[in-house]
Design a protein around this ligand. Sequence first.
Ligand code: B12
Ligand SMILES: *[C@@H]1O[C@H](CO)[C@@H](O)[C@H](O)[C@H]1NC(C)=O
Ligand SMILES: *[C@@H]1O[C@H](CO)[C@@H](O)[C@H](O)[C@H]1NC(C)=O
Length: 471
Amino acid sequence: MKGFVSICLLLLALSSTVIAKPPRRYDLELEDATSQTPTACVDDDVTCALLDATKWLLQQQEEDWGWNGGISTSSVVLAMQLANESWYHGKALKTQLGIKQLEIELLAELGRSAKLSGCGTSSQRHSRLAKISVGRLALYILALESTCHDTRDFYGNDLVELLEHNMRRFPREGFNNHFQYSLGVLALCQSGDGSVKLKHIRELLAGQREDGCYRFDGEVGPDVASLSVMALSCAKASVPASFRSRFVQKFNNTVSCIRSKQQEDGSFGNGISTALASQALKAANIPPSLWRADVALQRVLETQHEDSHFGNLGATVQILPLLANRHYGSVEDVKMACNIQGTDSDNSQSGGAPSVPTEQPGPPITIQILIENGIDTEEPSVTVSATAPAGSTLFQFLQEAMASSEGAFSFESKMTDFGNSMTSFNGLANDGVNHRYWSILIGSDRESASTGTDGIFPEDGGEYIFYYRSY
Ligand code: B12
Ligand SMILES: *[C@@H]1O[C@H](CO)[C@@H](O)[C@H](O)[C@H]1NC(C)=O
Ligand SMILES: *[C@@H]1O[C@H](CO)[C@@H](O)[C@H](O)[C@H]1NC(C)=O
């Protein structure tokens, strides 16, 4: 308990000094030009795709050595380690600084929670602990485990205990889907003594519908079922004998959900869904020939862009493990390299020179933005037009519309791995308790957007609809 009080004070001090800085990539001048020899990849599509994608991720590292203003540092570190654990063991300075930034970010986040709910008595401790979201904490634990940290004693904090505590109330606002729940189980399963409590396994199984799929599966692909299968495959060893046959039956059912989503061309939906489904079927040891693993992999590779990413950071980090023939349950494998102490003296800095795009702003174009309430249909819809240079993102048009509307139009958003997530329009917010959110539809055909507002580049005269609906 004494430990907690002093850590609490330390964290308070930290949290007031660590403030979010605007993201900026490190300067080109910092680059040691001689140290960079891009590893050649010859006639292996997958190895090339993997190397190029990791290089792209490293180019996204910012001036403070984190990623995406601290939102994505944990998922990038995890993806880099799953791609090739030599990243950490290579001891390049930029890598080590990235890992330090990961530690600082988590300490700052723990510190902010301490500030929010006050420091001191043990009865306050739990409310204090409850502030970090399960998904974020799980990703931090997985990233830290994959880089040889002891998450049971992270600067005196037991992150595993904290995660278990935070997983207790489910579902709740901010923690209401089994994708996040699976990340939590994957973290528990690959940290500490690796045991997962039966109640956690039961919760994952209970979330299944009759067809083995989960809420959110189906619209794009079986993403949630895939994460669940990875989590359950990892947790299998913790299942008591008395529950085993029930477990296997339910497990098989979720595998069936995934397999039922495979299309004739081998894909399971978009590139992300196909990659997650493939990872899950690998984790479950389903023979590759049964689901045409190589064809599915080709479908994923086809979604890589010329710049080597897979659409955005979120897509890239989720696809990367597959390219290394790994999955979210492979942290255990990656950790084995921790015991072989790095005698590697290769101090070369990895990462290519960041390409600095210096694009000219295009001519101004105008689009229509429609705000529609599909739940309270009495509520009149609002139309605003927005003008911005051609080539701007939909998000930039929204910012422009808000700035010029003099209060008539407003929105709020939250940064994520996939870019800005729209959380509210004209004061009406996404509602995790009642399952309502702002969806994005494009054009008079009202086609559902396949990515967020940072990935949509409007056309002149185009129509972009934000439609409040339930899920
Ligand atoms: C659950 C989920 C949702 C839920 C989130 C709320 C909830 N109850 O959890 C809802 C239904 C709101 C949702 C909405 C959308 N989603 Co969604 N979603 C997911 C899913 C299945 C899991 C996300 C998660 O929990 N991650 C775990 C936690 C720990 O990470 P997190 O960063 O805290 O997660 C948050 C973000 O992922 C955010 N979010 C969810 N979807 C999207 C999409 C975009 C573009 C952004 C910026 C953020 C975002 O909500 C999460 C919870 O707060 C992922 C699947 C995946 N493979 O990642 C798809 C996924 C992220 N969604 C996707 C899409 C396309 C959308 C929509 C744009 C669909 C649409 N046409 O309206 C909208 C976003 C609109 C907006 N307002 O900006 C795509 C993104 C693809 C891409 N290349 O960018 C994914 C990857 C599915 C896929 N395989 O294609 N989604
Ligand atoms: C990982 O990276 C190291 C060092 O760059 C390289 O020697 C090794 O071949 C890579 N391993 C795999 C599986 O790609
Ligand atoms: C589950 O699937 C495995 C492998 O496909 C099979 O051997 C086993 O009999 C199945 N078990 C149940 C209970 O369906």
